[in-house]
Design a protein around this ligand. Structure first.
Ligand code: CA
Ligand code: CA
Length: 227
């Protein structure tokens, strides 16, 4: 209830409220999205288009079990990945050996499809790329064909929801971003070998510390907000 009231106030103050059009309805739905975690990554430069089989991949590993390890898909960690290429965008999260994904490969034992994992987007602003990802706290599974599989899926979603809600402003994180394919390679990292220590609410990263032959992927800043 409180949330709904807040939405109305926000819309009214933005001058968007009162016309009763479909756009208004959409705006209310947008604000009524389930709670979660918002990530925004700003780059110094522009990530080029995805022609010629080139792709962009960004990974966020939350070291929730505080092992200091950023290389393994460990039990107790959450590892989010978004891959964007010419044809599609795929979001998935690894929870130990299982994966929740909104593009599940049919028949895979370890990949479980959810209706929406989150909302990721790569856009351009003033000649610079910005990646945003709204990670949801609660997920809705796509129906399973067997009760055995359903049980495993339910357990994995419960574990996901428990872990994602435990992320806070001081959770150690490792972030890796790449753009590659057809002779092009560019990447940048935060907490590459050792996850970050301290606040992740606002992270600044140096200019020109990219790896590869091109400066396309050069992280400038990362911000996390919770709602
Ligand atoms: Ca870990
Ligand atoms: Ca950088």
């Amino acid at each position: 209830m409180f949330k709904k009231k807040l939405s109305v106030v926000m819309l009214a103050s933005l001058g968007l409220f009162g016309c009763g059009s479909d756009d208004d309805k959409k705006a209310v739905e947008e604000i009524a999205k389930p709670a979660g975690l918002n990530v925004q990554v700003e780059f110094y430069n522009e990530i080029p288009s995805f022609e010629n089989r080139r792709a962009f991949r960004i990974e966020f590993l939350f070291d929730l079990n505080n092992s200091g390890d950023v290389n393994l898909y460990e039990e107790g960690d959450l590892f989010f990945t978004t891959i964007i290429d010419e044809n599609e965008k795929e979001n998935f999260v690894s929870i130990g050996k299982y994966r929740l994904t909104d593009e599940a490969e049919i028949g895979s034992e370890l990949n479980f499809p959810v209706k929406t994992l989150g909302y990721s987007n790569l856009s351009k602003k003033d000649g610079k790329s910005v990646f945003t990802f709204k990670i949801l706290n609660e997920l809705e599974l796509v129906e399973s064909d067997s009760s055995e599989r359903k049980e495993k899926m339910d357990t994995t979603v419960s574990e996901y929801e428990r872990l994602v809600k435990s992320i806070n402003g001081n959770t150690p994180i490792s972030i890796r971003a790449f753009y590659w394919g057809n002779g092009v390679n560019s990447g940048d990292y935060i907490g590459r070998n050792v996850p970050t220590q301290g606040s992740i609410l606002s992270i600044h990263d140096s200019k020109d510390d990219y790896e590869g032959d091109f400066n396309y992927v050069d992280i400038d800043s990362v911000t996390f907000t919770f709602n």
